[in-house]
Design a protein around this ligand. Structure first.
Ligand code: 9MR
Ligand code: 9MR
Length: 584
């Protein structure tokens, strides 16, 4: 009798502990949802039939629903059930309870739910600034000394010219650190800067009033443009007198994991390449038209950008096939350079992008014919640093450039066709209800940026059609990054109940502060595991595409941060905010 009573008590206690426990098997956006937006969670490896939405006290059931089994996600190996509570609209703080599993991480339902997240994601660019001190009034506890003055950068043998022989010193300060490392790469700067400027260009009313608390916040230029300008100005210093643009400004080897001011090895600019020069031309052409509206505040800037763009474009036309060959360069010149390559053998998309941006800015039809976008219909894809012609599509479609009118319909149709692929997959097929994972190839180095860039395509399609399904699929792309994914992590530092906490990011590691700088999107699952040798003491928990993620500082192939990953997060989170606020 006594024994029985005891065992009843034990099992009751167990049941209630389960009820209180956070379950790793409930995948949900850990930041939260808009009251009038879609709300979905995924229960994995569970046979439960019902789910319960509980208030903060975890006692009252605010909503009860049926779990709908959806099968097995091949990229994670989990069986999945959907918990859809979109019809529940009351703002507040909640957890989702699934019998047999436990509670989800907490989340909120609130208007403007992505505002703080989006602002933090944008503020990371300030934290990546090169050559300047970060002051406590803007950086809080992450204040730090200036690093890498870059006012005496050496011309590497690979970059020498008659006017600038090897060893000549040039000044090329400022810009943003690329990633977890301290180098600056034009190719990756191209898409990153474009994406922030495009966010402004597509949602000007929203960004006109968005404040980030950066040193320029009090001037009369929107903060997102001030921040972008930091990198635009650096990029301008990377153009040689003949119009060509150096591929990167770099150390010979990666710096140690020290704060920026402690990293003092010599810096070089290396060979001028076609990709870097055309990416530069595209961003300068885009800058010229955006900063034209601020010619009172920034006199002469727009003209300088356009001149630089045209000069670069002409250089690339004369030098259409110069790829970046790091091994070759290192064999021919000293020192050998072993930092990021951003090498790309296909240079057509860069030329198309540069011509298209010049067309949108100048209206000159010859640029449009040179871009020859028609030849790519049916072959545009998700943008990335290596694949930039879809950015041309974005600019032409959103600017409705008149001379292109005859062709604009086919470009719009193309954009919608790509978006449909992701919308239909997310809303009709995906076990997780996400655009991500339609193909195994989505899970590459920096896979989280694939997801965010898919989100941008969906927002562009929403903009064109006002069909809410595109918006909902874009929100699902953000849900993925914030917890509704195979690993259950929120891949944005500082956000959610289970955020990434050990990014491969030198300042976050070396600053002596426990938590990483907030707002960074880590690379995400990548079954390539190219960093195995750098992680002798830590193992990826799985090599399944959606689970191959390691929250360890050693893991640069799954847990680094990078400007080209954060920029689409900014666009996605704040683009959604702008739409929800009715501010185009
Ligand atoms: O920190 C570097 C990171 O930014 C790069 O993405 C990565 C791949 O090129 O390399 C990292 O540097 C590592 C180097 O490749 C090997 N030695 C250890 C370095 C720091 O972990
Ligand atoms: O994001 C880049 C990824 O697509 C490549 O596969 C990888 C290896 O070449 O390099 C990544 O870029 C890194 C760059 O080379 C150096 N800075 C850190 C970048 C992010 O890891």
């Amino acid at each position: 009798m006594k024994r029985l009573a005891l065992s009843i008590i034990t099992s009751c206690t167990l049941a209630s502990t389960t009820a209180q426990q956070v379950s790793e098997n409930i995948k949900i956006n850990q930041v939260g949802f808009y009251p009038d937006g879609p709300k979905l969670a995924i229960a994995t490896n569970s046979s439960a039939k019902k789910f319960y939405l509980l208030g903060e006290s975890k006692k009252d059931t605010a909503f009860k629903g049926t779990l709908i089994p959806t099968g097995t996600w091949e990229y994670s190996g989990e069986t999945t059930s959907k918990a859809d509570f979109s019809s529940f609209v009351k703002a507040g703080k909640y957890v989702l309870f699934v019998p047999g599993l436990g509670n989800s991480y907490p989340f909120e339902i609130a208007p403007k739910i992505n505002e703080n997240l989006g602002k933090a994601a944008l503020k990371t660019f300030y934290y990546q600034r090169v050559s300047v001190e970060l002051l406590p009034e803007y950086a809080g506890k992450f204040a730090r000394k200036a690093g890498h003055p870059d006012n005496e950068v050496l011309i590497h043998g690979s970059a020498q010219s008659v006017k600038r022989p090897e060893g000549t010193k040039i000044s090329s300060p400022g810009g943003w650190y690329d990633a977890g490392d301290y180098n600056k790469y034009i190719v990756n700067s191209g898409i990153s800067t474009y994406t922030l400027l495009a966010a402004y260009e597509h949602y000007p009313a929203y960004f006109n009033s968005l404040k980030l608390n950066i040193p320029e916040s009090k001037n009369e230029v929107p903060d997102i443009l001030d921040e972008s300008l930091v990198n635009v100005r650096w990029m301008l210093t990377m153009q040689d007198e003949d119009g060509g643009v150096y591929h990167k400004l770099t150390n010979a080897n990666f710096d140690a994991f020290v704060m920026p001011d402690k990293a003092v090895s010599p810096r070089y600019v290396v060979v001028k390449t076609t990709a870097a020069t055309n990416d530069f031309a595209a961003v300068m052409a885009q800058s010229a038209r955006i900063f034209k509206k601020f010619s009172k505040q920034l006199p002469g800037l727009s003209d300088s950008c356009l001149k630089a763009a045209e000069k670069a474009y002409n250089w690339a036309k004369k030098n259409p096939g110069i790829t970046y060959e790091q091994d070759q360069i290192s064999k021919s010149f000293a020192p050998a350079i072993v930092t990021g390559a951003y090498d790309d053998k296909n240079l057509t998309d860069e030329a198309q992008w540069a011509a298209s941006e010049l067309f949108v800015t100048t209206g000159k039809p010859e640029y449009f014919s040179e871009a020859n976008l028609k030849s790519t219909i049916g072959k545009f894809g998700v943008p990335g640093w290596q694949s930039v012609n879809t950015l041309a599509l974005f600019s032409i479609v959103s600017n409705k450039t008149s001379a292109a009118i005859a062709d604009i319909k086919s470009l719009e149709t193309e954009l919608l066709a790509i978006a449909d692929k992701y919308k239909n997959y997310a809303l009709k097929k995906s076990e997780y209800g996400i655009p991500m994972g339609q193909s195994k190839d989505d899970f590459v180095w920096g896979s989280n940026s694939t997801d965010a860039n898919e989100g941008i395509i969906l927002l562009m399609a929403y903009d064109l059609t006002k069909n809410k399904e595109y918006l909902n699929a874009a929100i699902a792309a953000l849900d993925y990054l914030l917890g509704r994914n195979g690993t259950g992590y929120s891949y944005v530092t500082g956000f959610g109940g289970k955020p990434s906490i050990h990014p491969h990011h030198r300042p976050s590691e070396a600053d002596g502060i426990t938590e990483p700088i907030p707002g960074f999107l880590v690379g995400g699952p990548n079954p390539g595991v190219q960093d195995q040798s750098n992680c002798p003491d830590a193992k990826y928990p799985s090599t399944k595409p959606a689970l191959a993620y390691l929250d360890h500082v050693c893991s640069y192939a799954s847990n680094e941060i990078a400007i080209n990953w954060n920029a689409p997060l900014v666009y996605l989170a704040l683009g959604i905010e702008a739409i929800k606020a009715g501010q185009k």
